[in-house]
Design a protein around this ligand. Sequence first.
Ligand SMILES: Nc1ncnc2c1ncn2[C@@H]1O[C@H](COP(=O)(O)OP(=O)(O)OP(=O)(O)O)[C@@H](O)[C@H]1O
Ligand SMILES: [Mg+2]
Length: 285
Amino acid sequence: MARRHDRPSTEPYATEPYEAGPYASGAYAGGPYAGQSVRPAIELRGVRRTYGRGGETVHALRGIDLALGHGSFTAVMGPSGSGKSTFLQCAAGLDKPDQGEIRLGDEDITRLSENRLTKLRRSRIGFIFQSFNLLPSLTVEQNVLLPQRLAGERQDRARARELLAQVGLGEHAKRRPGQLSGGQQQRVAIARALITSPDVVFADEPTGALDTTTAHEVLGLLRRAVDDLGATVVMVTHDPVAASFADRVLFLAGGAIVDELHHPEPQAVADRMVRLTARPVRVAA
Ligand SMILES: Nc1ncnc2c1ncn2[C@@H]1O[C@H](COP(=O)(O)OP(=O)(O)OP(=O)(O)O)[C@@H](O)[C@H]1O
Ligand SMILES: [Mg+2]
């Protein structure tokens, strides 16, 4: 699968240890998603989410329309309170919108029962959190296999080992998360998010707890999951450099998408953010 865009060799991750590409092994050339239909991986139509009632009403999402293709990497940015987490929670089926629909592939997930939604989340959605959220009592390999275990699927140890090797942790499968650095733990979380070959991987501030160098390694891995495995990634971030690893940045303000950038450069992203923060966009209720 062709790289979506090449980066100048001055980019920090050009020198990191994954230059040969943990996902570039060829094992997934074309990706598990190759040959899929052109239907978007995920689609939101008129999605609204309101908290509270009467005078206390907060319009967290005011009508989001969006389609994200398979094998795309999208960053979501916006000032505090702009609706990023609400967007992610609704899109990932963890929260239900008041209006509108969300389609994951062919499935309208807003119509599903809680039970079916839970099953769908386990097998078709991957999650990466700021705080890694690994289970400390399980080994690294068991953590990676957990989504398959919860989904009642066969636990594919060979695939877990392969994903761990691809994120540079082939030697650490038997360790516990407490014996790993923060960056290593987040790499385990990436392997875990990819184990079921989900339709979409949602990442909420995945580099928020990491230093700059480690953050670049983790972002490089997400980029390669998209380029080489064909994964679809949606990432909320406050960091313009993190956002620049994406194909496209969506800017939220007041619960609406107010701007976007394609092939984002960090400075351009930072400039848009300054504009949004300095002049809060007012959107009619
Ligand atoms: N459970 C809730 N009850 C009431 N209001 C809420 C709830 N969750 C979020 N909100 C409100 O909805 C709006 C959007 O919140 P959200 O958490 O999505 O923002 P955010 O962009 O993720 O902000 P941050 O960058 O600070 O994490 C805010 O005004 C927030 O106060
Ligand atoms: Mg948030």
